[in-house]
Ligand binder design. Sequence first.
Ligand code: PMT
Length: 402
Amino acid sequence: MNNLKDKCVVLAVSGGIAAYKAIELLRLLTKSGADVHVIMTRSAQEFITPLSFQTLSSNPVHTELFNLISEREIGHISLADRADLFVVAPATANVIGKIACGIADDMLTTTVMATKAPVLIAPAMNVNMYTNPIYRENEARLGRLGYLFVAPVCGALACGWEGQGKLAAPEVIFEAALAALSDKDLAGRTIMVTAGPTREEIDPVRYVSNHSSGKMGYALARAAARRGASVILVSGPTCLPVPTGVEPVLVVSAREMQAAVMSHVNRCDVVIKAAAVADYRPVERKTTKVKKQHDAITIELVKNPDILAGLGAMHQRPFLVGFAAETDNLSEYAAKKMKEKNLDMIVANDVSQADAGFNAENNRALLLFRDGRSEDCPLMSKDALAERILDRIATELNGDRG
Ligand code: PMT
């Protein structure tokens, strides 16, 4: 799942300095299509006004327990029933303690207790409260009961202390919300994704590379993690943050990528090679900066190892998905690559147009399968294409095609 279209999310805000960050979380939730209903505790209203949440959610904000939405509906039960997901952010030690002990004495705690939707809790508090054994026991108890947590991060806290207790970033909580609502059809699988470009150094300051941003590979890694897979992300240099729950292996050159891939491949069920590996590297890397002495210079290049072909030649190999970036004869060249590299599936990318492929937000592709089937994927976000590719992989792995 890469959006929250048609989902009803209850966002419960409790009292803490981080309450203002719930505004950004609300923005991410509504942008992704969710119908968001906000509950605020009395102390949350000391930090931020209901009007901000009401304006951004386009829904009335719930602050009182005994407030009839209509003559026939009781507010907290109605909200609890309608929720597809319940997010408590920020959640104070007090609110978490009450939920853990089954205390329902205000709109927030009563609605949490009445809901059957998954509940995602993002704590924020002083570091000593967070490490207090009473709090730890409450969190562990809720964890055992299936409540989901997004751990706070370390940093300077509003109370003056340093340590773990800062509310996780709104983007991280949003990602956890998507994960909470995603089918876990890849649970128990280990998937390696390669992403980004490789850099082949000429000297200490220059390199040969390409325009890959890593967005396609990172979207695949993020989506696979949401769907329950253990994900290893072997990434060339990019500016992207490592997705939550993903094991990063950061490399620079093609040969480093090859070493990383080969050292992890034996524990993988699937390898998806979205990386744009540099086909050639300079024969020699100069140890000092090459001086501008001549009008023209020649750099001799040598072929890099083909990592994907190496995987395809393995005696016992995982399910292999390659990518093919082409500017012409897309289907023909991609099919040839799939055959030559012994792949199960290939994602053929037409990179001749600026709106897709390298360093674009969106992508369009032709999926080719080993048995000759093909599927056209029109222009869509890289997140959506990642979900589509994983749908097909899950079908092949779980053998439920047709
Ligand atoms: O990173 P983005 O900006 O989001 O852009 C995404 C993308 C365009 C880079 C991606 O969608 C894509 O098409 N990646 C593959 C690019 C590429 O290198 O294609 P290729 O046709 O040169 O290689 C074919 C396959 O062999 C690829 O799976 C590649 O990872 C693999 N390969 C290639 C060379 C090599 N030495 N080793 C390899 O494993």
